[in-house]
Design a protein around this ligand. Structure first.
Ligand code: AN7
Length: 361
């Protein structure tokens, strides 16, 4: 190995940020080398959103199981193994399930995931099954599932790996560190979708810790975005039957509700709701203007940024803004194929091809 090679090898978020991660200090990380995701400048998208802004996309879909959940899961599973766990459990709208399943497989733990029947994207179900988790479809919502897994963890030795588990926050906050490390400071605004509100809580922890340690000159303002049909924090009351195309954030009673409210207050941030139509518009826009494919829930952050740029009552213009694209578009192929015109069909004859594409000399 070239002697310089070692410094280019990414060891995963726990090893890279070890002194910051409050889990068992002696624990050997259970890692799939998650993290170190690209922060991509998105000038085309900024123009399309109508902003004179310096826009970056934190492409969390490039994590090993395809979403940001892997950052927290490496920490939660590492701690679970250190605590002698044999099995873990979570409720999920899909991504947590796939991530828990992957890291549990890596660690040799049994994994149970509760998902709302018929309401999780195909790629997430495929992942959870492929990694060998026991998938349990519940005839109810994510919120019903979360209440059940809380009970299950209280009344058994099974470890809960939803974001109520503090180790999850320890891993997830590393995304804030990475953004500061790349930009040399925190951005002016961080914009992200909010479901169970673990991620917004973790980002605020990360940015606050870096700021207090003198590693950034400021903390960002947070712009949280919920789907209109699942916007308990925006409305200030629980949503009994949450509904949205963005199934990942189809959550009516977020576990980290109070932490999210505190983060929004302390960051001088804002939380808003966007419609399914606005989400799908942003979903197509980022793919077609930047070549970056995210799932609909992730695009909610872009939709929220767009409406806030239009409203103009937050000081966004001229600012450096990071939008978090939380999950990969391939997680939810049906959202793409159902909303874009189907491919044309031709016979295998050149004449028909020329008819479609034009361009012939
Ligand atoms: C792509 O997987 O809650 O506010 O069970 O998958 O931290 O919940 C997923 C959430 C945003 C919201 N984007 O983050 C689950 C789950 C994507 C997500 C969120 C989720 P939180």
């Amino acid at each position: 190995m070239n002697k310089d090679t070692e410094k280019y090898i990414w060891p995963g978020v726990i090893s890279h940020y070890r002194s910051w991660i409050k889990i068992d200090a002696a624990a050997e990380p259970v890692t799939l080398l998650e993290g170190n995701t690209p922060l991509i400048r998105a000038a085309n998208l900024a123009r399309a959103l109508g902003g004179e802004i310096e826009l970056y996309l934190k492409y969390e879909g490039l994590n090993p199981s395809g979403s940001f959940k892997d950052r927290g899961m490496t920490a939660a599973i590492t701690q679970a193994v250190a605590d002698g766990a044999k099995a873990v459990i979570c409720a999920s709208t899909g991504n947590t399930a796939a991530s828990a399943a992957a890291y549990a497989a890596r660690a040799g733990l049994q994994c149970f995931v509760l998902v709302p029947e018929g309401k999780i994207a195909a790629g997430k179900m495929a992942g959870a099954l492929a990694y060998g988790a026991q998938v349990i479809n519940i005839q109810g919502s994510f919120d019903d599932g979360l209440a059940m897994v809380r009970r299950a963890a209280q009344e058994s030795p099974i470890i809960l790996v939803n974001s109520i588990n503090p180790a999850r926050m320890e891993g997830q906050k590393t995304a804030a560190f990475e953004i500061c490390d790349v930009l040399g400071d925190a951005p002016d605004w961080l914009c992200l979708p909010v479901g169970n509100a673990g991620n917004i809580t973790a980002y605020w922890m990360g940015f606050s810790e870096y700021y207090l340690a003198g590693l950034s000159r400021k903390t960002p303002q947070l712009l949280g975005v919920q789907a209109e049909g699942a916007a308990p924090i925006v409305r200030g009351s629980m949503v009994e039957r949450p509904e949205t195309v963005a199934t990942a954030i189809r959550i009516g009673n977020p576990a980290r509700w109070q932490d999210a409210v505190a983060a929004l207050r302390d960051s001088k941030g804002h939380i808003c709701a966007v419609s399914d139509a606005q989400i799908m518009e942003a979903y197509h826009l980022v793919a077609q203007s930047e070549g970056i494919f995210c799932e609909p829930s992730s695009a909610a952050s872009l939709a929220g940024l767009k409406i806030q740029l239009q409203r103009g009552d937050l000081a966004l213009q001229g600012k450096r803004i990071v939008c978090v694209l939380t999950g990969h578009g391939l997680k939810d192929p049906d959202s793409a194929t159902a909303t874009i015109a189907a491919p044309v069909v031709i016979a295998p004859r050149m004449q028909e091809l020329w008819q479609v594409i034009g361009y012939k000399n």
